[in-house]
Design a protein. Structure first.
Length: 373
């Protein structure tokens, strides 16, 4: 609990600092605006508090007005991130321009450019998140794969965050697209549900449309814990998905699928992960579904041929990815450790701001291949 309060306090302070920078950049560059510094400080404080307040209300109350306020708050968060990046870049250029005496001539052009770039990037990122995720094709040599399973296909959906900014109508289109791929297996690698999803029955009805020859498997992400483990488990069961909670399933043909709860939220150590993976038969091919891309070396050492993760969103909004990469070195895409592979998807939806800047949501289809020799 103290760690959680510390994290929340840090997020609020960083968000407060971001908004102060943007607000006073605006006042500094447009001194004719009828806004006093005191009014700006009050507005920044209220806007900063609106974000955690909306998150709290989404988890404890229902109502169209709460969803609307949260949606607007999320958009504002995304715009502040983009605006801050543009404003800070402009200030850095002005600082360098002073060395050559160009700042006076450059300032009017830069302040207009910041506003134009923020508006253009904001609109593009809204559209980019709204459109359907792309299909990424990945071919994986899987150790121990029998000849009969060569060409076996797995489709991964992750980090949808169904709720305020990713509606069930989009989920229905994604289900239709996934089922149209005729996969052998569908895996949901966490953060499918989120605060603001109030109709679990509709989710189950839509999700039951997922079709795969060997079924649908799911694991819990951190947001399923926030949504409620019992409620999330019921929702996955109602849609026909098998929820793997620190266990191993064996498919016809011998392919093993291990699934674990979100490692950080469940406080799952590498040693505990090894205990789950010790249930694997080393003579058979194995997949691991783990929401966060952690302990890949442990999984590889225990004979996992392919680990599937998400959580990072590829940063979602530039330049946030640089910070995420510091926490998750296995940040996005395909990684190797000996004969084992890890794929970290950018996610099929997005969290918070309904925006993606220089990133793209994806559905991933893996084709498993028998290694040469």
């Amino acid at each position: 609990m103290p760690a959680m309060f510390g994290f929340i306090a840090t997020v609020i302070l960083v968000y407060l600092g971001m908004q102060y920078y943007v607000a006073f950049w605006l006042i500094r560059n447009f001194p004719g605006l009828p806004v006093s510094p005191t009014a700006a400080r009050v507005a920044v404080l209220l806007l900063t508090l609106s974000f955690p307040l909306c998150l709290y209300c989404l988890r404890h109350f229902t109502g169209a007005w709460i969803s609307l306020l949260a949606y607007l708050s999320f958009i504002w968060l995304g715009l502040v991130l983009i605006w801050l990046t543009c404003a800070a870049s402009a200030d850095l250029l002005l600082l360098l321009a002073r060395l050559w005496g160009w700042s006076a001539a450059l300032r009017p052009w830069l302040r207009a450019s910041v506003l134009a770039a923020t508006a253009a990037a904001g609109l593009w990122s809204l559209y980019n998140a709204w459109r359907m995720p792309r299909l990424s094709e990945v071919e994986i040599p899987l150790p121990g794969l029998p000849q009969a399973l060569d060409g076996f296909t797995v489709v991964q959906v992750s980090d949808l965050h169904l709720g305020v900014t990713v509606p069930l109508s989009k989920f229905a289109r994604i289900v239709e697209k996934v089922s149209g791929l005729s996969p052998d297996l569908v895996v949901l690698t966490g953060d499918i549900l989120d605060a603001g999803l109030n109709d679990e029955g509709a989710f189950a009805r839509i999700g039951s449309g997922l079709r795969a020859r060997q079924g649908v498997f799911a694991v819990l992400g951190n947001h399923e814990f926030y949504h409620g483990v019992a409620a999330s488990a019921r929702a996955f069961q109602a849609m026909g998905a098998r929820l793997l909670r620190d266990e191993v399933a064996v498919l016809p043909g011998g392919l093993q699928v291990a699934g674990v709860d979100d490692l950080r939220t469940a406080r799952f150590s590498g040693r505990e992960l090894e205990a789950v993976l010790s249930k694997l038969d080393p003579a058979k091919p194995a997949l691991l579904l783990s929401h966060q891309p952690l302990h890949f070396k442990t999984a590889a050492r225990r004979g996992v041929g392919l680990m599937l993760s998400g959580h990072t969103h590829q940063g979602q909004i530039f330049p946030f990815g640089a910070i995420v990469r510091l926490v998750y070195p296995d940040f996005n895409g395909l990684y190797r450790e000996g004969a084992s592979s890890l794929y970290v998807t950018s996610g099929t939806g997005q969290w918070g701001p309904p925006m993606r800047l220089f990133t793209r949501a994806e559905i991933v289809r893996y084709t498993l291949r028998r290694p040469p020799g």
